[in-house]
Design a protein around this ligand. Structure first.
Ligand code: SAM
Length: 351
């Protein structure tokens, strides 16, 4: 059996804390579930993992922060695995208060390097007197009670809006705790959008892979509107629940035409587009991880029409140029600085 993340191992060391029906918030490895005493609710933000939880286990899967209404007050123990962003900790604790019965046991587990000490301050505000019950594998386990249960939990109450502008196009972007580049326009995305203003795609349908909060689609929509061009359709895909929610909200507010899919990579995505655009992921947690983007580059040609364009921005030190040439076709650099490069390639007609 492969090793579980530290936080999951530490929960199993403390399985006696899982009394009655549990909810586990922030599951990152499905093999934790069959090793728990009884099933309950398992929340993950990851679309691929959510598919596994919902179909291959006895647990009720919850994709991010959109619980079922019947799940309110249904759990005796709620475990919160600490998220990376401090603001998301508050959101996760609010979901715990909603899912837990009044007085239910609340358990917070997190790695020291991910800021468990700060999170415990937030925890004690909502869970009365909290106590540390274990410390192992670089993690701590804290327990409290659901002293302030919530009878309402609406993700829209946590939404924020950021007004951005790039290359003369103004846009409003939805935000939630944990979403990429919350409250600001990422510098790589900005460089990508500037190349789109200088060298437009010239198509009426695009796929935005790893769309985050829907910045690129909202910008393309605004750009076409400003230029008096025919409306463009921008479909988007992202693995993270908050990104999917925000992208749909950003699209709804601006009236962008396009569908947002929750998907891990391209494997479950159907269809071909005349252009695919991306500011792809390069992190897993805090580590640089290029594997997702390498896989995307190996698969993207199957989703590009013959002669279709791939436009991608990435950190200049990442080794994508050769892969783009290998899988798609000759590569041009449309912009570059010390940090980022924007690549363009057209799918070989014969491929
Ligand atoms: C660098 S951000 C770019 C977001 C957005 N395009 C922008 O420019 O603001 C990368 C995005 O990739 C998403 N992501 C990470 N792994 C993924 C995967 N396996 N499949 C799809 N999207 C993924 C993340 O959730 C994140 O929103």
């Amino acid at each position: 059996m492969s090793a579980l993340p530290n936080t999951h191992e530490v929960l199993l060391r403390n399985a006696h804390l899982l009394n009655g029906r549990p909810a586990l918030l922030g599951v990152s490895d499905a093999s934790l579930l069959p090793r728990c005493p009884v099933p309950g609710i398992a929340m993950t933000e990851h679309a691929g993992l959510w598919q596994i939880l919902s179909h291959d286990t006895d647990w009720a899967g919850c994709f991010g922060y959109e619980p079922d209404r019947q799940q309110q007050g249904s759990c005796d123990t709620v475990v919160v695995f600490l998220p990376k962003a401090r603001a998301e900790c508050e959101l996760r604790l609010a979901l715990a208060r909603y899912l837990g019965k009044p007085g239910a046991a609340l358990v917070v587990i997190g790695e020291k390097k991910e800021g468990i000490a700060g999170a415990i301050k937030q925890f004690s505000v909502v869970a009365g007197e909290v106590v540390k019950v274990d410390s192992a594998r670089h993690c701590q386990v804290w327990c409290g009670r659901n002293t302030q249960p919530l009878t309402k939990f609406r993700l829209t109450d946590w939404l924020s809006w950021t007004e951005l502008s790039c290359a003369g196009v103004a846009l409003s972007v939805a935000g939630l705790p944990g979403v990429f580049s919350l409250g600001r326009l990422d510098d790589g995305t900005r460089m990508l959008l500037e190349t789109l203003a200088e060298s437009p795609l010239g198509v009426d349908r695009v796929l935005d892979f790893a769309c985050g909060a829907g910045v690129i689609g909202s910008w393309l929509h605004g750009f076409h509107q400003l230029a008096g061009k025919k409306p463009i359709r921008v479909d988007g895909t992202d693995v993270q629940a908050q990104a999917v929610f925000c992208a749909r909200e950003s699209y709804r507010k601006a009236g962008v035409n396009g569908e947002i899919f929750a998907a891990d990579g391209l494997a479950a995505v159907q269809g071909k587009w005349p252009a695919v655009i991306s500011n792809p992921p390069f992190h897993t947690g805090v580590k640089t991880d290029t594997s997702m983007t390498e896989q995307f580059l190996a698969q993207v040609a199957a989703h590009l029409a013959h002669g279709g364009e791939l436009r991608l921005v990435a950190n200049s030190f990442l080794p994508y140029e050769a892969l783009i040439r290998q899988h798609i076709g000759p590569v041009e650099k449309l912009a570059q600085d010390r940090r980022f490069t924007v690549y363009r390639a057209f799918r070989k007609k014969s491929g």
